[in-house]
Write a protein that binds this ligand. Structure first.
Ligand code: PEP
Ligand code: MG
Length: 612
């Protein structure tokens, strides 16, 4: 069961503890779930090393394990082909071919005999060495097979070690997933119908897995350090995604208390007047502030239409590149973009060119491990080095612009040089399409994300060469405050209300206004009701957020005037610390008498979590 708690009625500090254990993390997706835990481990298996006398028996074990894996992959292939089509199932066919590699079998058998060691150790060593060579091969097709090889190795090792790994894409029963970490690529493919909630030891509110949890409307807690070690599959847990609390083995009183909230909470959410959502979102004095949707996966497009979003302000197109073995074709991308453009029509769809890298690494495209992936080969840095992939994406986007109101936006722009380089590639693609007589919108708007501090410094000049700005606060905060957005250990330093962040937002919005272009925000800060009025007071003209946040932010925007928002922004800018800013915003929100018991989830994270 799931429901959403009111902050006032559920104060974790007032709970009595019996046998239960509380884990304090960060609430990243509101709501509460009670259910059975399913502990999921994506970390590498521990492979033991020991001597054996009967080497022939070891080789037999290997052959038996390979046959088991073949059966498993064949059935996965058939099931996936039936459900999703041959194209999606091809990955399993490629894995079966790797199992048939005679050299691998022969080499491993020979080494087991020579060294007298257990087969899983020899196999692991052999494949890891092989993978290291593949990673640096000249031929990209060879490099791109590395991830597949390691995946197959994992499956064989699991058989040999009799280890179990849950397949999150198919769960037998409704469960709460508990894990040390969960990359967005795994999260994107989860069997959402059967996932009641998510709790990770790591991560933070702007991790992409947290963003996906909100997209799926699954209560989620990140940074619940140690839970995955203490908790066993089958244990009863409560996940409180608003306060960032997880209760392991809750007492009957705790369970009762959570259950009692259900009716009250549902009423609170229902009270966010549905009929008001039909009107365009505007302040009381009639200034329209479009509330747009952030989209990662196609199902969110439909959700955004249901809540009357003013378009799609951020389509994270890199999700089309995850969980597969080669990039999506131009046609596949074109269809995905057209689907979004047609659904959002007449409102715009802002297609962000792929932001792979960071926590969304794509094994078949980026083999090298990076020490600092967030500062590494991400987004347009990757695209500018792989014009083949970049141009295909731009062709698909431009062609889709003939079928709706499409805009294109570039992530991680750090200055004019990069902006000009990506625009040159775009221009070349335009010319190519024009030569082919392929239709596209000749007036298509092109924007830049402002998420690198140097882009803020360069905002005035960038604004002269862009049609719009969209501030990516998730990265802008990470880079300007030097706080890794994935790192739960320092999440208390990740501070949207930091006066430096507010100044950067104001500066960027001002530069856009002077150049006569709009400036929106598409980072998670835009979906936090605590900040909505402040942001429009600072000069931001639209807010793009997870669909789940649109009703609550609409409530804030429609209950203020532009003048009041500017006064609030002035007051906030006069303060020197984030704590003072948040206090001001909290009091202001409370004085409005709106939102009932619902208060900002990100505010909960930043106010109630303090430095260790
Ligand atoms: C951002 O950085 O604020 C943003 C919207 O992009 P992403 O979260 O995908 O990095
Ligand atoms: Mg970003």
């Amino acid at each position: 069961m799931r429901w959403r708690p009111s902050k006032d009625s559920l104060n974790p500090a007032s709970r009595t503890i019996s046998v239960e254990t509380l884990f304090q993390g960060i609430g990243v997706s509101p709501g509460v779930a009670i259910g059975k835990a399913l502990v999921f481990d994506v970390r590498r298996l521990d492979v033991p090393r020991y001597s054996v006398n009967d080497t022939a028996a070891e080789v037999d074990r290997l052959n038996a394990a390979i046959e088991d894996v073949r059966e498993e992959l064949t059935s996965l292939y058939r099931r996936t082909a039936a459900q999703l089509g041959e194209k999606h199932a091809d990955i399993f066919k490629a894995h079966i071919m790797l199992l048939d590699d005679v050299v691998l079998r022969e080499e491993v058998a020979k080494q087991v005999e020579v060294e007298g060691l257990n087969v899983e150790y020899v196999l692991d060593e052999f494949v890891q060495r092989y993978a290291a060579v593949m990673r640096v091969a000249d031929d990209p097709r060879f490099r791109e097979r590395t991830a597949d090889l390691l995946d197959v190795l994992d499956r064989i090792l699991m058989r040999l070690l009799d280890a179990e790994r849950t397949d999150l894409r198919r769960l037998a029963e409704p469960s709460i997933v508990v894990a040390h970490q969960l990359p967005p690529s795994d999260a994107a493919g989860m069997d959402v119908k059967n996932i009641l909630a998510l709790s990770l030891d790591t991560g933070s509110a702007t991790s992409h897995t947290a963003i996906l949890a909100r997209a799926f409307e699954i209560p989620a807690v990140m940074g619940a350090d140690g839970l995955s070690q203490y908790c066993e599959t089958g244990a009863t847990i409560v996940v409180d995604g608003l306060h960032g609390v997880v209760v392991l083995d809750p007492s009957p009183e705790t369970l009762e208390r959570y259950r009692e909230q259900m009716a009250q909470l549902e009423a609170q959410w229902a009270s966010l007047a549905v009929e008001d959502r039909k009107k365009p979102c505007a302040t009381k004095d009639g200034i329209e502030i479009p509330l747009m949707a952030n989209v990662e996966l196609p199902f969110e497009i439909e959700h955004s239409v249901k809540v009357n979003a003013g378009g799609i302000g951020l389509y994270r197109t890199e999700y089309l590149f995850l969980n597969r073995t080669s990039p999506p074709s131009e046609e596949e991308q074109y269809n995905a973009y057209v689907q979004a453009a047609e659904a959002a029509h007449p409102f715009p769809v802002v297609l962000r060119t792929m932001d792979i890298g960071g926590d969304k690494s794509v094994a078949y495209l980026q083999q090298d491990r990076e020490d600092n992936p967030q500062l590494g080969w991400r987004a347009i840095r990757f695209c500018l080095e792989r014009p083949d992939i970049f141009k295909t994406q731009l062709r698909a986007m431009l062609r889709a612009s003939a079928r709706g109101n499409v805009q294109i936006m570039f992530p991680m722009i750090s200055g004019l040089e990069e902006l000009r380089r990506v625009k040159t590639v775009l221009e070349a693609v335009r010319e190519e399409l024009a030569r082919e007589n392929a239709p596209f919108d000749a007036d298509l708007k092109v924007g830049s994300m402002i998420e690198v501090p140097s882009a803020v410094a360069m905002a005035r000049l960038l604004a002269e060469e862009c049609d719009f700005f969209s501030i990516g606060t998730n990265d802008l905060i990470q880079y300007s405050l030097a706080v890794d957005r994935e790192n739960a250990r320092i999440a208390y330093l990740y501070e949207p209300a930091h006066p430096a962040v507010l100044r950067m937002v104001r500066w960027t919005a001002q530069a856009a206004r002077e150049a006569g272009i709009p400036c929106g925000i598409c980072g998670e800060m835009a979906g936090d009701p605590l900040y909505a009025e402040l942001l429009i007071g600072l000069g931001v003209s639209s807010l793009s957020m997870s669909t789940i946040s649109i009703p609550v932010v609409r409530e804030v925007v429609t209950n203020t005037t532009m003048a009041a928002a500017r006064t609030l922004a002035e007051a906030a800018m006069a303060l020197g610390t984030a704590a003072e800013v948040k206090m001001l915003l909290r009091r202001h929100l409370e004085s409005q008498g709106i939102l009932g018991g619902y208060m900002s989830r990100l505010d909960t994270r930043t106010v109630e979590r303090s430095a260790p």
